[in-house]
Write a protein of this length. Structure first.
Ligand code: SAH
Length: 260
């Protein structure tokens, strides 16, 4: 899969792509990311990418022509992009469902804003506008990386273990179950009781472990994000667990705190 990212700060994008799962995917050629410096698409000597807003007011606005130039260059190289995403706090909220949808695409273009944002006419060249949450950042680089990373890890061959991706929070509308690693008992000093890993995980009893994990995942989702359960695709066991938790045990799981 190919990503073209248009930015005035290529280095902000480059650095995070050098490490970890994404770095390896790029090295192996599973993922192709081209960073386009918006300044290369300016026509003037000073490579100006921004200008004052018409009508006055504070801040600067990203000019349309360089952005159009970048999109045209991408188009000339790779053919007309079907997906041009404009990053913006005014966009639709990006979700795991969007990541899944985009992961099926061959080519995605991401436009990073800066300053007060884009000249409104740039929106006409975008096929969608995505926000990563209800807060305002100084630039679209981190949002572009967020989208890129969420999409890329769904591409077969990027994350080593496909099952781990399938089990992740949101993949079926359930939050992930709790995880532990060695040691089985942690003594943090003083008279504090040892922090233990649940016995079932040490039992080697695979069927029970599987059920425990399902139960914990349903329990967590119910406690922290009950909204997800409205559209979750649960199997028979999970539905049974949910019914059981909802009846009779209501009082108990209401007390499960988000940190627990
Ligand atoms: N004045 C603009 C915000 C500009 S922030 C407004 O109120 O809509 C500068 C740039 O950062 C934006 O153009 C966008 O590319 C990026 N950005 C900031 N917050 C974002 C968010 N929550 N999601 C996606 N992009 C964001």
């Amino acid at each position: 899969m190919t990503f073209d990212i248009v930015t005035i700060f290529p280095r902000v994008i480059e650095q995070p792509l050098a490490a970890g799962v994404l770095g390896r995917a790029i090295e192996r050629g599973v993922l192709d990311v081209r960073i386009r410096d918006l300044r290369h698409f300016t026509a003037d000597r000073h490579h100006v990418v921004d200008d004052v807003p018409y009508g006055g007011g504070p801040g600067m606005v990203l000019k349309a022509e360089p952005m159009f130039g970048a999109i045209e260059a991408i188009e000339a190289e790779r053919g007309r992009p079907l997906t041009v995403i404009l990053t913006s706090p005014q966009g639709r909220r990006f979700s795991q469902a969007d990541a899944r949808r985009l992961a099926a695409h061959e080519h995605v273009v991401l436009l990073c804003g800066r300053y007060e944002g884009f000249d409104e006419r740039i929106r006409e060249r975008a096929t969608e506008e995505l926000s990563i949450g209800d807060y305002v950042l100084t630039g679209g680089e981190l949002p572009a990386l967020v989208v890129l990373e969420a999409v890329a890890r769904l591409i077969p061959g990027v994350v080593g273990d496909e099952q781990s991706v399938a089990d992740d929070s949101f993949s079926r509308g359930l939050l992930d179950f709790p995880q532990y690693t060695r040691p089985a008992e942690l003594k943090m000093g003083g008279d504090d009781p040892a922090m233990k890993v649940p016995d079932v995980l040490l039992s080697g009893h695979h069927a029970e472990i599987r059920l425990w994990r399902k139960r914990e995942a349903v329990k967590r989702t119910l406690a922290r994000r009950p909204d997800l359960l409205e559209t979750a695709s649960l199997d028979d066991e999970e539905r049974a667990i949910l019914r059981e938790l909802q009846s009779g045990r209501v009082a108990e799981w209401r007390n499960v705190k988000a940190g627990g």
